[in-house]
Design a binder for this molecule. Structure first.
Ligand code: ZN
Length: 206
C-alpha cells in the first residue's frame, strides 16, 4: 500500500507518518532526504540536482522523479511507502502516477487558528535545540540543559501565515486530483486520537 500524506506545517504530519510506518511496516520517504543522500553519495542524479541548486535554480521535476523512481525500486519499498512533501503540484502528481501506484492520500486537517497557536508558541533551546511549546511548558529555560529558550524568527505569525497561504495554493489542486482516493482526518488533541481513524481506514484497505 502506497500513501501520500498531505498536511499544513505544524499539523502533526511527522507524528502521524511515524505511527503508520510502525504499524504497517512501510518506509517513509521525504524528497528532501533523498536529495541530501544522493548529493552526499555523489550519484549521477544527485550531482545533476546539485548543479541546479548551486545556480540557485529549482531542481526540475524530471530530476526529482528520476531520483524517486530509483528509490521506490528498493526492496524496502515493496511493502509500501509514505511520501511526505511530494508531490506539491499536479504536474508532479501526474509524473508520479507513471512510476508508482498511489493507493491512498491522507489529508491531515487542522484548523489554521490551531496551527498559528502551535507555531507562535514554539520555543527553542538556545543551547541544545530542544523544542517546547508555551501551551504545555511555561518555563523560560530548558528542562534538559537549563539554557534560555528563544523564539525562532521563523515562528512568528507573518511567516506562518505565508506558509499556510502557500500550502492552500499547492494543496487545493492536489485534493481535486486525488479526490477518488482521499481520506480526510481531523487533527485531534492527542496524536493517538488523530491516528485512530487513519488506522481503521488503512486496515480496511489491506
Ligand atoms: Zn537545552
Amino acid at each position: 500500500m502506497n500513501i501520500i500524506l498531505l498536511g499544513a506545517p505544524f499539523s502533526g504530519k511527522g507524528t502521524l507518518a511515524r505511527q503508520i510506518v510502525e504499524d504497517f511496516h512501510m518506509v517513509q520517504i521525504s524528497t528532501g532526504d533523498l536529495f541530501r543522500e544522493n548529493i552526499k553519495n555523489g550519484t549521477e542524479v544527485g550531482l545533476l540536482a546539485k548543479s541546479f541548486m548551486d545556480k540557485g535554480q529549482l531542481v526540475p521535476d524530471s530530476v526529482t522523479i528520476e531520483m524517486l523512481s530509483k528509490r521506490l525500486e528498493s526492496d524496502d519499498c515493496k511493502r509500501g511507502f509514505i511520501l511526505d512533501g511530494f508531490p506539491r503540484t499536479v504536474a508532479q502528481a501526474q509524473a508520479l502516477e507513471k512510476i508508482a501506484k498511489i493507493d491512498s492520500v491522507i489529508q491531515l486537517d487542522v484548523p489554521f487558528d490551531e496551527i498559528r497557536r502551535r507555531a507562535t508558541g514554539r520555543r527553542t533551546c538556545s543551547k541544545c535545540g530542544e523544542i517546547y511549546n508555551t501551551a504545555t511548558y511555561n518555563k523560560t529555560t530548558c528542562e534538559k540543559c537549563g539554557s534560555p529558550l528563544f523564539q525562532r524568527d521563523d515562528d512568528n505569525l507573518e511567516t506562518v501565515n505565508n506558509r499556510l497561504e502557500v500550502y492552500v495554493k499547492q494543496t487545493a489542486p492536489l485534493i481535486d486530483f486525488y479526490a477518488d482516493r482521499l481520506f480526510v482526518v481531523k487533527g485531534q488533541d492527542t496524536p493517538a486520537d488523530t491516528y485512530k481513524p487513519v488506522k481503521t481506514f488503512l486496515k480496511g484497505r489491506l
